[in-house]
Design a binder for this molecule. Structure first.
Ligand code: UDX
Length: 438
């Protein structure tokens, strides 16, 4: 098949390369000329395991092509829209880029082209795209919704071995094209109408976010009653009706999807006069959870003015350099507002744009450099690099030995043996019990 992928962000680039690996001819289109030139030269603009190698291989095989305008106009079978849908001030998905691509596809699309959305778009977007094509005299174009479920850091595996494929279609023709594109994948398929496909994406992300906020609330109660949330999650997760995943208590979810999609779904519900009470609470809990280290530090030091706090981890999770909605940035902003000096450490992120901080904060990749003379350290992102430090050296480097493990991944015994004071999320029972937390 010949495929256009419009938008070479995370989803677009990974999808394009994986389609090429499945044997299709793929043209990735993006207005950003520099990005296109770099991709054509084999340079990947983000940190994603396996992506540089995959790009290199597919360029060598001649199955992936990059262009800043529509090319290969006469024999394209399908176009996937993978442009950004950033949240507006009110938390709604901004569809301006999606509709601009629709205009282009109406102009350049081959008769009978299948146009599918990969971007996460509000329920009803496929119908709006259909209307636009009709208005532009392109009733021959098929419209489908094929949501993407890839995780950053695991993107290739998730795309080539998805847990499920969702085809939101209105015709047999559209279904046939999608089946041909994915024919080498052995995943279960759900065939449904486009609004259902769009809702599956939002409902999935909202449910996972709910699990996280739920376990974080349980953790906060554990802190107060002297229980250990890690063991509570283990015990809960062994029930197959609950399952063990997404029950890791911590500083809450970040990234390009959960924060945006949860707020968007609250708005989608609101637009049809439905108050999604539960999801509003999930969002609120997540925002509050990010501040857990701040409250602990205030509890411990009373005043943060003049203190140096080292934040370990800038990306929203390990394995990526993506800092979108990273808890680390919010935390840094609050610490600076309380008069603290913030140092940041991350193995791949080079600088941190902290909103409301005036200048960008510099980021070092060396934890020992970041910890030198620090009064407190907060592990925000559970990069492997931070798990097995020389704790005695850490203790000697720091001015004050206070640690907050925001992901419950550090070995409390090791830190205690080295003379560090450790606070964490929902494991108040040991080894240290801080009173009056949060
Ligand atoms: C997510 C979805 O998993 C994916 O299906 C969707 O397509 C896009 O959004 P991603 O944002 O890459 O993927 O990251 P994921 O690994 O799902 O983690 C999301 C956030 O939740 C991270 O901030 C992570 O730290 C947090 N998280 C995850 C927890 O706090 N606890 C957990 O138990 C799991």
């Amino acid at each position: 098949m010949n495929i256009w992928i419009v938008g070479t962000g995370y989803v677009g680039l990974v999808t394009g390369l994986c389609f090429a690996k499945l044997g299709h001819q793929v043209w990735c289109i993006d207005q950003d000329k520099t990005k296109i030139e770099r991709l054509s030269d084999g340079k990947v603009p983000m940190h994603e395991p396996g992506l540089p190698e995959l790009l290199h291989d597919q360029l060598a095989l001649g199955r992936i092509h990059f262009a800043h305008e529509y090319t290969h106009l006469h024999a394209v079978d399908a176009a996937f829209i993978a442009v950004g849908t950033p949240p507006t001030e009110r938390g709604e998905a901004d569809l301006r880029y999606v509709f601009s691509v629709v205009e282009d596809l109406a102009k350049y699309g081959t008769p009978g082209l299948l146009v599918a959305t990969k971007s996460t778009v509000p329920v009803g977007t496929a119908a709006k795209i259909r209307e636009r094509f009709d208005r532009l005299g392109r009733s021959d174009i098929e419209v489908a919704s094929v949501p993407e479920f890839l995780r950053e850091g695991n993107a290739i595996e998730d795309t080539l071995n998805p847990h499920r494929l969702i085809y939101g279609v209105t015709s047999k023709t559209a279904l046939t094209v999608l089946e041909a594109i994915h024919k080498n994948l052995a995943s279960p398929v759900v065939v449904c109408e486009p609004p259902t496909a769009e809702m599956i994406k939002y409902a999935s992300n909202a449910f996972l976010a709910t699990k996280i906020s739920f376990v974080n609330e349980i953790a906060n109660i554990c802190d107060r009653i002297g229980a250990d949330v890690s063991q509570v999650a283990l015990g809960m997760g062994l029930d197959p009706r609950i399952g063990p995943s997404f029950l890791r208590a911590g500083l809450g979810y970040g990234g390009s999807c959960f924060p945006k999609d949860t707020k968007a779904l609250v708005n989608i519900a609101g637009a049809v006069n439905y108050d999604f009470t539960l999801l509003r609470a999930v969002v609120e809990v997540n925002q509050r959870q990010r501040m857990a280290p701040l409250y602990r530090l205030l509890n411990w030091f009373e005043d943060l003015a003049g203190l140096t706090v080292c934040l370990l981890g800038v990306s929203f999770k390990p394995g990526t350099d993506d800092t979108r909605e990273s808890p680390s940035l919010d935390l840094a902003r609050q610490l600076v507002a309380h008069g603290a000096t913030v140092r940041m450490v991350d193995p791949v992120v080079k600088d941190a744009k902290v909103p409301g901080c005036g200048t960008d904060l510099s980021v070092t990749c060396d934890p020992y450099e970041g910890l030198l003379d620090a009064d407190a350290a907060v592990l925000v992102t559970e990069w492997d690099d931070f798990l097995h430090l020389d704790w005695q050296r850490v203790k000697n480097l720091m001015r004050h030995p206070f640690w907050f493990d925001g992901r419950n991944v550090l070995d409390p015994d090791r830190l205690r043996e080295a003379g560090l004071v450790l606070a964490n999320i929902g494991r108040g029972v040991k080894p240290f019990r801080l009173v009056e937390v949060l």
